[in-house]
Design a protein around this ligand. Structure first.
Ligand code: HEC
Length: 106
C-alpha cells in the first residue's frame, strides 16, 4: 500500500518520488540564493536572467522544461559547456527552490 503514492502521476508526485523536497529553505538562505542567482548565475545568464553566455532563465524560457531536468543541470552542470556543477554549494532542495523561483519569475 505504501508504494501506491509513487504510482501516481503528475509533476509534484514525480518530483517527490525522485527525492526533491518541496520545503523552502530558511529566509536568510533564500536571500543568499537569490543574490547568488543574480550575481553568480547572472554573470552568464544575465543579471535579470534574460540570457547572455547562458540561455535565459525567465519563466517563458524554462516553462516547458521539467523541474527535475533543471535541478540536475544546476547540480551537475552540462559537461562540455560553460555550465558547471553547483552541487558543492547548492543542495538539491535549494536547487528545486531556485527552479520554482525561475518558473514564477524573480
Ligand atoms: C560560466 C557561465 C555560467 C554560469 C556561472 C552559470 N551558468 Fe547555467 N548555463 C550556462 C550555459 C552556457 C548553459 C547552456 C549550456 C548548453 O546547453 O549549451 C547553461 C544552462 C543552464 C540551465 C539549463 C537551461 C535550459 O534552458 O535548459 C540552467 C537551469 C542553468 N544554467 C542554471 C544556472 C544556475 C542556477 C546558475 C548559478 C547557480 C548557473 N546556471 C550558472 C552558463 C553558466
Amino acid at each position: 500500500m505504501l508504494k501506491a503514492r509513487y504510482l501516481c502521476c503528475g509533476t509534484a508526485a514525480a518530483v517527490l518520488a525522485t527525492g526533491v523536497a518541496l520545503a523552502a529553505p530558511p529566509k536568510e538562505r533564500q536571500d543568499e540564493l537569490i543574490y547568488q542567482l543574480r550575481q553568480d548565475c547572472g554573470s552568464c545568464h544575465g543579471m535579470t536572467l534574460k540570457g547572455g553566455l547562458g540561455p535565459p532563465l525567465v519563466p517563458a524560457a524554462v516553462a516547458g522544461k521539467s523541474d527535475e531536468t533543471l535541478v540536475e543541470v544546476i547540480l551537475h552542470g552540462l559537461p562540455g559547456t560553460p555550465m558547471g556543477p553547483w552541487a558543492f554549494e547548492i543542495s538539491r532542495e535549494e536547487a528545486a527552490w531556485l527552479v520554482r523561483r525561475m518558473k514564477e519569475g524573480l
